[in-house]
Design a protein around this ligand. Structure first.
Ligand code: F6P
Length: 432
């Protein structure tokens, strides 16, 4: 597997009263294991398509061909899409810099970023607009703005070769815009929710354009899934029971994810959407918190150690020993205050800091799970994606909420539309 999962320091028998009791946890773990068994029975039926994706390879040739075209034609690819339509690919392409065109994700809707991106040379810039619903205001508005900006600036390339759209099947504003401009549209699988879509073309295509090994990503996911299905004590089952037991028994209100790897910071953003939108309903759910080590030791850690004991910590640690520049003993100038650094690499220091934070949290009786990874690569990331998806789905089961919907976000979207219509009406009234 791409990781080791250690939850010992979450239990009262290890960390004292801040920890959870084994008995209640074991009941939840058994229930989560049963739920996974029922979901696994749907494999291959199309009713749990997420579980079929890791073993799928048939879609890759078409995506590889499309990616090859983008790689040949463009120096920059601007990806439009928000939430589940971008976070997975952003997490994947944050793990390294293989090669290929620069990928620019305009996931946060704001004029400044779009203006800057569009101010560049558009003759070697491709665009991919992604929206499962095909109607998300931010993505549709960006799509229209990019089409308008690209017209006459594509270096003679047709719109159909400059833009690509990924949208759910059926009529939608995005599809209508694409049709007007003869922009090709690929289908977003309707049976996979946006925040679970990283293993579909939504994650795979940007990944392939960036030169990432997407088969390894799926292989990592496949391994976690098959192990979880075969073993009711597997990490995602244990993780779900842990999160729910912590909330039920210890009033835990927040789930902090703290990788000690900048390359996994985007992964934490992906996790936050997954956890929040899947669980936050009917008064249930815990607050997902994105933290990054070591930098947040100098920002959040004081609160984590001495603030309210309402957080469950998940640290993702990798063995960075031996990596990076060496601090030579000569460079420390023989200063005794710096003797502890002499001869170490920067990776040695980062590794010691991650270990120290885990030990300090544990010493303070704060429930702390440690996920150890060997390296940050596609296989490991695929493992972590699948781990947290299964953990989230099973936690939802234990909380009796639906992990696949997000009914409340519609309210804000409707208000946005109303405000804009109102402003339009006022403008027209003032004008005439
Ligand atoms: O892919 P779409 O339909 O544009 O949705 C983007 C995101 O917006 C949400 O619906 C929330 O507003 C998310 O669930 C989703 O990932």
């Amino acid at each position: 597997m791409g990781y080791e999962h250690n939850v010992d320091a979450c239990f009262a028998d290890r960390i004292g009263p801040g920890g959870i009791a084994r008995a209640g946890f074991e009941r939840l773990r058994a229930e989560a294991g049963d739920a996974l068994g029922r979901l696994a029975a749907l494999q291959g039926s199309g009713r749990m398509a997420l579980f079929d994706l890791p073993a799928t390879r048939a879609d890759l040739p078409v995506l590889q061909a499309e990616a090859a075209r983008f790689r040949a034609d463009f120096d920059r690819v601007i990806v439009l899409g928000t939430g589940g339509s971008s976070l997975g690919a952003m997490a994947l392409t944050a793990i390294g810099v293989p090669d290929g065109p620069e990928l620019i994700f305009l996931d946060n809707f704001e004029p400044y970023g779009l203006d800057r991106a569009l101010a560049g040379d558009l003759s070697r810039t491709g665009f991919i607009a992604i929206s499962k619903s095909g109607g998300t205001a931010e993505t549709v508005a960006q799509f229209l703005a990019c089409i308008a900006a690209a017209e006459g600036r594509t270096g003679g390339r047709s719109m159909s070769r400059t833009f690509l759209c990924i949208a759910g099947p059926g009529d939608s504003p995005m599809r209508r815009i694409a049709r007007t401009h003869a922009i090709p549209v690929m289908d977003h699988p309707p049976e996979i929710g946006g925040r679970y879509s990283v293993f579909t073309l939504v994650g795979m295509l940007p990944g392939l354009i960036g030169g990432y090994d997407v088969a390894a990503l799926r292989a990592g996911a496949a391994e976690v899934l098959s192990q979880a299905i075969g073993d009711p004590r597997s990490p995602p089952v244990v993780g779900a029971a842990l999160q729910v037991a912590a909330a039920q028994q210890r009033g835990i209100r927040a789930s902090v994810l703290m990788p000690y790897e900048s390359r996994l910071d985007q992964f934490s953003r992906w996790f936050c959407q997954l956890w929040a939108e899947s669980l936050g309903k009917d008064g249930m759910g815990t607050l997902p918190v994105r933290a990054l080590g070591p930098v947040d030791q100098h920002s959040q850690l004081q609160l984590y150690l001495e603030g309210p004991p309402d957080k469950l910590f998940t640290l993702i640690l990798s063995d960075q020993r031996g990596q990076g520049p060496v601090i030579s003993p000569q460079a420390t100038g023989g200063d005794p205050a710096l003797a502890y650094l002499a001869g170490h690499t920067l990776g040695d220091v980062a590794e010691a800091e991650g270990r120290a934070t885990a030990a300090t949290l544990i010493a303070r009786g704060r429930p702390t799970r440690v996920i150890r990874i060997e390296r940050v690569d596609e296989f490991t990331l695929g493992s972590l994606f699948m781990h947290f998806m299964v953990e989230t789905i099973l936690a939802a089961h234990l909380m009796a909420v639906d992990p696949f919907d997000q009914p409340a976000v519609e309210e804000g979207k409707k208000r946005t539309r109303d405000y804009l219509l109102q402003a339009q009406a006022e403008r027209e009234r003032d004008a005439g």
